[in-house]
Design a protein around this ligand. Structure first.
Ligand SMILES: Nc1ncnc2c1ncn2[C@@H]1O[C@H](COP(=O)(O)OP(=O)(O)OP(=O)(O)O)[C@@H](O)[C@H]1O
Ligand SMILES: [Mg+2]
Length: 234
């Protein structure tokens, strides 16, 4: 990764759907290049918080900074495409009519990168996720694990400052989940990008993250620093 990683700072973030308060004064400092896992029971607000980081929802209270840059507050919100982020969702969210290469190239197309450079970078990204031979396939002709690798290649290709993951492995079966989790951990360490990783799975969080932030009923209930020992496979 050529670019220097960025800190993510949340101060007093609040969000409600109508009368239903989801996030309650969330304060969180994420160091540049570190990986934070967000863990907590279903419905506690993990995806809501990730959507606020991505710009898919706007905070109603508080502020969000990427480095020194104010990204969102109740008064202003930078649109997702101007946040320099990459995202991977549970359901892959690939475009079915595009080939693997076209899916992965999309963020570069948006940034007006030349066709020649796009082609080179797509091949590099696909090789990075072990899909060098799959460029011409359609997503429907891939397994779930392969589709998620495509989504991962698409998320990293533009070298975003921040990577956001919402339960990217939870649609895969156990063995695959474990091996892809270890591969992603290696890849994230190599990239050195600041990352926020939502999961239900504590073990996954311990393999991937530097710190685990536990959410409960819309608040941070605990923060755990992951030691290398707890991150080792059993
Ligand atoms: N568009 C919406 N309108 C109203 N309520 C919503 C909406 N989206 C989410 N919620 C509610 O907000 C709460 C938090 O949802 P969120 O998706 O953030 O939870 P989560 O922690 O990601 O859960 P899970 O682990 O099941 O994915 C839930 O009670 C959910 O029902
Ligand atoms: Mg969720």
């Amino acid at each position: 990764m050529t670019r220097s990683p960025v800190a993510v700072t949340l101060k007093g973030i609040g969000y409600a759907f109508g009368e239903h308060r989801i996030l309650n004064h969330i304060d969180l400092d994420i160091e540049p290049g570190s990986i934070v896992a967000l863990l907590g029971p279903s419905g506690c607000g993990k995806s809501t918080l990730l959507k606020i980081l991505a710009g898919l929802l706007e905070p109603q209270q508080g502020t969000l900074h990427f480095g020194e840059r104010l990204i969102a507050s109740a008064a202003k919100s930078t649109p997702p495409e101007q946040r320099d982020i990459g995202m991977v969702f549970q359901d892959y969210a690939l475009w079915p009519h595009m080939t693997v290469a076209q899916n992965v190239a999309f963020p570069l197309l948006m940034r007006r990168v030349s066709a020649h450079e796009r082609q080179q970078r797509v091949m590099q990204a696909l090789q990075r996720v072990g899909l060098g031979d799959f460029a011409a396939r359609k997503p429907s002709d891939l397994s779930g694990g392969q589709q998620q690798r495509v989504a991962l290649a698409r998320a990293i290709i533009a070298e975003p400052k921040i990577l956001l993951f919402d339960e990217p492995l939870s649609n895969l079966d156990t063995d695959l989940r474990e091996s892809l989790c270890l591969e992603m951990a290696t890849l994230l360490r190599q990239l050195g990008t600041t990352a926020v990783y939502v999961t239900h799975d504590r073990r996954e969080a311990e393999i991937l993250a530097d710190r685990i932030v536990w959410l409960a009923a819309g608040s941070v209930s605990a923060i755990q620093t992951v030691t290398s020992l707890s991150g080792e496979p059993a």
